[in-house]
Design a protein around this ligand. Structure first.
Ligand SMILES: [Zn+2]
Length: 262
C-alpha cells in the first residue's frame, strides 16, 4: 500500500517528464511542457479576440505605427522559435496601465500607459522582446504543466484508496483552467523573468535595436514604483534588485549581436 502511495506520483512524474520535455531556445534550458501548443494557441486566440471586443483599442497613429514597426522586426527574428505564429499587434487605450503582454500564437499587446516609460523604439523593443520571449520560451506552458503535475501527483495519491472524487477532478480542472489566463494576470517567476530578459535582449539586438536601452528602461520602471502600488508591468513581471545586474552582465553579448547587425 505504501509503495503505491510513493510510486504512483513518482511514476506519473517521470512519465510526464519524458513525454513533455522541451529545450528553451537561446538558453538551452530543459522545460516541462505538458499542454499541446495548439491547445494553448487556440485558448489564447479566443481570449485575445474577447479582449479586443471588450477593451478600448487605441487609434493613436504614432503609438500604433511604433508598435507595428518594432513588433514586426522582433517577430521576424523570433520566427524560427515560433514558426506557426499568426502575429497581431494591438495598442489598448488605457493611459493608467503601464503594461504589455504577449500570448501563445503571436498575439502582442501594449497599453498606452507603457509609452510613459518606453519613450523610444529601442525602449519598446526591450518591452516587446521581453514579452515575446516569455511566449517563445513557453513560460505559460511550463507554469500550467507544473500545476498539472502537482494536481496529478496529489490525485495519484488518492487512487490507491478510492475512485477519483470530484475534488480531485476540480483540482485538475483548475490547474488546466489556469491556461486561460496565460500572459494576462499570472505573475512570472524570477527564473522566467531573467530568461525573458536574456532572450528578449537577443531578439532586440538581432532586430537592430540598441539593447543598452534596457538599463534605462528598467531604471525608469523602478522609479515609477510608489510606496503603495508598483506599475502593473512590475507586478506581473516581478523585478528584484539583481535584475539590472543580470541585464548588465548580458550586455556585452547582446551589444555584440547588435553591432554585427548594423
Ligand atoms: Zn516578464
Amino acid at each position: 500500500m505504501l509503495l503505491r502511495f510513493v510510486c504512483m506520483p513518482l511514476l506519473l512524474g517521470i512519465l510526464l517528464w519524458f513525454s513533455g520535455c522541451r529545450t528553451v531556445p537561446h538558453t538551452g534550458r530543459s522545460a516541462l511542457h505538458l499542454v499541446p501548443t495548439e491547445r494553448l494557441t487556440s485558448m489564447a486566440s479566443i481570449q485575445f479576440e474577447r479582449l479586443k471586443r471588450e477593451a478600448p483599442i487605441s487609434r493613436d497613429a504614432n503609438y500604433n505605427a511604433m508598435l507595428r514597426r518594432v513588433g514586426e522586426r522582433i517577430a521576424y527574428v523570433a520566427a524560427p522559435d515560433m514558426p506557426n505564429a499568426q502575429w497581431e499587434f494591438v495598442v489598448f487605450d488605457d493611459p493608467g496601465r503601464v503594461n504589455a503582454f504577449a500570448m501563445p500564437g503571436g498575439k502582442v499587446a501594449v497599453y498606452t500607459g507603457i509609452f510613459k516609460v518606453a519613450k523610444t523604439e529601442n525602449d519598446l523593443a526591450v518591452v516587446v522582446g521581453h514579452e515575446i520571449a516569455h511566449v517563445s520560451a513557453g513560460h505559460g506552458n511550463e507554469r500550467v504543466s507544473q500545476q498539472l503535475l502537482a494536481a496529478g501527483g496529489a490525485m495519484a495519491l488518492h487512487v490507491g484508496m478510492e475512485d477519483i472524487d470530484s475534488s480531485d477532478q476540480q483540482m485538475l480542472a483548475a490547474a488546466y483552467g489556469a491556461g486561460t489566463t496565460i500572459g494576462l494576470i499570472l505573475p512570472y517567476s524570477r527564473k522566467h523573468e531573467n530568461e525573458a530578459d536574456e532572450i528578449g535582449l537577443i531578439y532586440a539586438a538581432k532586430a537592430g535595436y540598441d539593447p543598452r536601452a534596457a538599463v534605462g528602461f528598467w531604471e525608469r520602471m523602478e522609479a515609477q514604483k510608489t510606496g503603495f502600488s508598483p506599475p502593473e508591468f512590475l507586478s506581473t513581471h516581478p523585478s528584484d534588485s539583481n535584475r539590472l545586474d543580470k541585464i548588465n552582465a548580458l550586455m556585452p553579448k547582446a551589444y555584440e549581436i547588435y553591432k554585427n547587425h548594423k
